[in-house]
Ligand binder design. Structure first.
Ligand SMILES: C[S@@+](CC[C@H](N)C(=O)[O-])C[C@H]1O[C@@H](n2cnc3c(N)ncnc32)[C@H](O)[C@@H]1O
Length: 236
């Protein structure tokens, strides 16, 4: 099986236990990062109404729910929220939890939406699973309106990790896989997590790739001992 197909089939496998494992492993901290990502994007865009938000690698759908709830808090009208993900298993869980959203079973490189049709495109803890990243960034640019925002939340390596970040690395490399593996009964899938972070681009590299794909950076910050990085960029 090719690498990308293997990754998707792994998510199909862990889909039923994904939310529980996630809750235990992140201890709920991801919620504040998601909230922050939504609020900042709404602020930077500064419009009262948006036609469309696309959440790529939507998984079990939680980021879509954040987009909706934070739009209400910020007094912004959102036409539709669409989830895109190649894993049928993950999208089945999302559909069950959030039937109010629309979904497409597709990869980040083949988003079945018209050119220039989205105000925001988010990808949260998903970009490191996309094997053809350059093609995906070009696809994000195609789907976004001019001045539309791409919002990326990801576990990324920083160039100069602090001592505390190194300690956290030990936690993600050695402890988390055991916890996720225990909950999902799929140790291999959770050993993939630290490996995929290790193999993934650094923050600086990701910023470069976004700029090469025609985006202009508007925000770049790492949170919680640099575990999670939020990047927001505007399509020029
Ligand atoms: C760690 S989950 C993140 C799910 C969700 N975005 C969240 O924040 O919880 C990663 C997701 O990426 C999806 N994925 C894997 N390869 C992909 C690709 N090439 N294009 C889009 N999504 C992909 C998986 O199916 C999975 O649902």
């Amino acid at each position: 099986m090719e690498k990308q197909e293997k990754i998707v089939s792994m998510f199909d496998n862990i889909a039923p236990t994904y939310d529980t494992a996630n809750r235990v492993m992140s201890m709920g901290v991801d919620k504040s990062w998601r909230r922050k990502a939504c609020d900042l994007a709404y602020q930077f865009y500064a419009k009262d109404s948006l036609d469309r938000i696309v959440d790529v690698a939507c998984g079990t759908g939680d980021m879509m729910d954040f987009w909706k709830k934070r739009s209400e808090v910020n007094g912004i009208a959102v036409g539709e929220v669409i989830g895109v993900d190649p894993s049928v298993g993950m999208v089945d869980v999302a559909r069950e939890k959030y039937p109010e959203f629309n979904y497409h079973i597709s990869k980040a490189t083949e988003i079945p939406l018209e050119d220039g049709s989205a105000d925001f495109l988010s990808i949260t803890y998903g970009i490191r699973n996309v094997v053809e990243r350059k093609e995906a960034l070009d696809e994000f640019s195609r789907v976004l309106k001019k001045d539309g925002l791409v919002i990326i939340l990801e576990f990324m390596k920083n160039e100069n990790p602090s001592a505390i970040a190194k300690l956290m690395n030990f936690y993600t490399n050695k402890i988390l896989p055991k916890v996720g593996g225990f909950i999902s009964k799929n140790l291999e899938a959770y050993e993939y997590l630290p490996n995929s972070i290790e193999d993934f681009s650094t923050v600086a590299n990701m910023v470069n790739e976004l700029e090469n794909a025609g985006f202009e950076m508007v925000y770049n910050k790492s949170f919680s001992m640099d575990i999670s990085t939020l990047l927001i960029a505007r399509k020029k």
